[in-house]
Design a protein. Structure first.
Lengths: 350, 308
């Protein structure tokens, strides 16, 4: 484990110990083949959805993973859970390497890491009652438990996420989006995991419902000492829930640090642009907010720019940005990690 | 059976909530709900009754009939009468006996064909869709290949090699009717396999078998039943076509298609010779289709017309 990866956290979670991290991701790469047309499809290229990222996550901690659509956030989450088999790199969970393991070998680890999906409609089998949905993980992993024990566990889980266990015989379509998301959370918690990958868990929900689910997640984290990998593009929610934040652009982490470091003293221009795009709740501040408007589109991940991947849209770009890829390393005053040749804290407006 | 059709007792806890009362929440087992919904599907129940009657008639009637299908002692084209309720055909065979025998074979063939088409098609389609990659490519090229094989030539070859009997006809038809089922099911599986609930099942360590059986297949039931019922209907007709060119069921046995082909020239003079087998064919395909409808609706949890 490289020590440079963990930044000194000023908002360390309550349950975090100083020992081994729960999850260590090292140089994780996931590429998808681009196939040409023809009778025998030939691979004509590779999309590096995740292009070598490293971070780690401690028990009870929330790492927010932000970035625009298509930057590889969700793929990262799935590659960690081995739902997409990583192309290379290493994912260690409690010190155990997951990359390259067979489905059978992974089964035991799967108890400890679960996922909550973005779409509360697609993530529940429409033909199953809520009861069967929440039972499924228990039936797979605790087949010896017996019906009574499983059933009482299901009832407890439903209560835990704020649903009435008496509604367990209803079908998913009889619930609202927020309730369905709670069902998904109950299912993910059934095996008492240590890590939850939350793949945009609230972005499909109404704002009013979002708060409820986010609060539930926070409460559960405290009660069960869960580690969250919170994938999202909503900066305000990420700010609210995360201890640390990683910003992704085109398959790479461009900046990672504690919440205050990233939100207060961002040094990477992309992070600054992202933050400047988020509206502020205070109308006065909002009127004076200076947006950094990026020009151009995200380049195609099939053929990413040389050097710094952000240089095509960066106002600071120099020759060095095209020739040399900036490493993700401690830059700036507080020493959180940033991948820019010209790191600089943006002067506060107001 | 008739009283279950009209029975609307609201005995379900969800439809009669007693406020403040901890009502009985007996687990709604999937098959129980499906069965209850199906029993309340009026058209399906009527169709099931009719089909059961037809099947029973085809099985039981031969014991009570005066003549069987091998009898040729009647006069040529006798009119219906007490001796021959549906008259006789040009060879003096008793039409009712022929009809019963024909129904037996048509039903047998149809069921075998539908079962084969469904089992082969759904299995290949679901496996191809779920596994993807080279398995998918291989299976789908197999479908393409199968579609261009001249079915008739192969059946003729088989008939000359093994002689023709009802099960050979059934197997031959079954071997050539699964392709569209496979294609449809592959496409649906492909889209289902990418849905997040399947991914969730994977994330909790479910095996491929479990995913297919518990997640994919239940979501395919609608398409499977519709295709199976269509296969029954088309098999009856396809068998008729094969019998017409002498590759299907042969004398002294018969099938509904063969009876129609033997007698369609008599449509004007002796319409019953044509309409009787025709009516049975229509009844079989119609009732099977309605039953299929009922099964599909029963499996659909969003179906609110007949609430379980």
């Amino acid at each position: 484990m490289t020590t440079a990866k963990t930044s000194p956290s000023d908002t360390a979670p309550a349950g975090a110990d100083t020992g081994q991290p729960l999850l260590e991701v090292n140089d994780l790469v996931k590429s998808f083949p681009v196939r040409g047309k023809g009778i025998i499809p030939r691979t004509v290229g590779q999309v590096q959805a995740v292009a070598g990222i490293s971070f780690d996550l401690r028990a009870g901690e929330t790492l927010g993973l932000v970035g625009e659509s298509g930057c590889g956030k969700s793929t990262t989450g799935r590659a960690i859970l081995q739902l997409h088999r990583p192309t290379s790199g290493s994912v260690r969970f409690e010190g155990r390497e997951l990359v390259g393991q067979t489905a059978r070998q992974l089964r035991a680890v799967r108890r400890d890491m679960q996922i909550v999906f973005q779409d509360p409609y697609a993530s529940l089998n429409p033909r199953w009652t809520v009861n069967s949905v929440v039972r499924e993980p228990l039936e797979i992993h605790h087949s010896s438990w017996g019906d009574k024990r499983i059933q009482s566990k299901v009832n407890n889980l439903l209560e835990l996420v704020g649903l009435n266990p008496e509604h367990r015989n209803r079908f998913p379509h009889e619930f609202s989006g927020g309730q369905r998301q709670r069902i998904g959370i109950a299912r993910a918690l059934a095996l008492e995991p240590k890590l939850l990958v939350l793949d945009e868990p609230v972005s499909a929900l109404d704002v009013s419902v979002q708060a409820g689910v986010v609060n539930l997640l926070e409460e559960l984290q405290q009660r069960l000492n869960l580690a969250y990998l919170f994938v999202a593009h909503d900066l305000s929610i990420v700010r609210h829930i995360s201890h640390r934040i990683a910003v992704m652009y085109l398959g790479k982490i461009v900046e990672i640090g504690t919440r205050d470091e990233v939100y207060g003293r961002a040094t990477h221009p992309y992070t600054q642009a992202l933050l400047s795009a988020a509206p502020l709740p205070d109308p006065k501040a909002e009127r004076e907010r200076q947006r950094i408007v990026l020009t151009g589109d995200v380049p195609s991940p099939v053929n990413p720019p040389s050097g710094c991947r952000f240089r095509t849209r960066c106002w600071k770009a120099q020759d060095i940005c095209a020739s040399e890829e900036p490493k993700l390393e401690a830059r700036g005053e507080d020493g959180h990690l940033s991948a820019c040749h010209f790191p600089e804290v943006r002067p506060r407006e107001s | 059976m008739a009283d279950t059709v009209t029975k609307t007792t609201p005995d379900d806890p969800d439809t009669t909530p007693r406020a403040g009362h901890e009502f009985d929440t007996e687990a709604r087992k999937q098959w129980k709900i499906v069965l209850r919904r199906f029993l309340r599907h009026r058209m399906a129940m009527i169709s099931l009754s009719v089909l059961v009657l037809i099947v029973l008639a085809a099985i039981v009637l031969p014991w009570f009939l005066q003549y069987d299908h091998t009898y040729t002692g009647g006069g040529r084209y006798e009119d219906p009468g007490p001796d021959h309720p549906l008259g006789t055909d040009n060879l003096g065979r008793d039409m009712l006996a022929m009809l019963v025998r024909g129904t037996q074979f048509s039903l047998l063939i149809a069921v075998v064909v539908a079962a084969m088409a469904t089992v082969i098609g759904v299995t290949l389609g679901a496996v191809a869709g779920l596994l993807g990659g080279w398995v998918d490519t291989l299976f789908m090229r197999l479908v393409d290949l199968w579609l261009i094989i001249p079915q008739l030539a192969l059946v003729a070859l088989a008939a000359s090699a093994f002689g023709s009997s009802w099960y050979l006809v059934a197997i031959a038809l079954g071997l050539f009717s699964w392709m569209s089922v496979a294609r449809i099911n592959r496409g649906l599986t492909l889209s289902l396999a990418n849905q997040e609930f399947v991914e969730a099942a994977r994330a909790m360590g479910a095996s491929n078998t479990r995913i297919v059986v518990k997640h994919i297949l239940p979501n395919l039931t609608g398409v499977i039943t519709v295709n199976a019922t269509l296969a029954v209907a088309t098999a009856v007709l396809a068998e008729a076509a094969l019998s017409f060119i002498g590759l299907g069921v042969n004398i002294p046995d018969t099938s509904l298609g063969l009876i129609i082909n033997n007698n369609y020239a008599q449509l004007e003079l002796r319409p019953w010779l044509f309409w009787a087998p025709f009516l049975v064919i229509v009844l079989i395909s119609l009732t099977v289709n309605f039953i299929g409808d009922g099964i599909r609706d029963a499996f659909d949890p969003k179906q609110t017309k007949v609430r379980a």
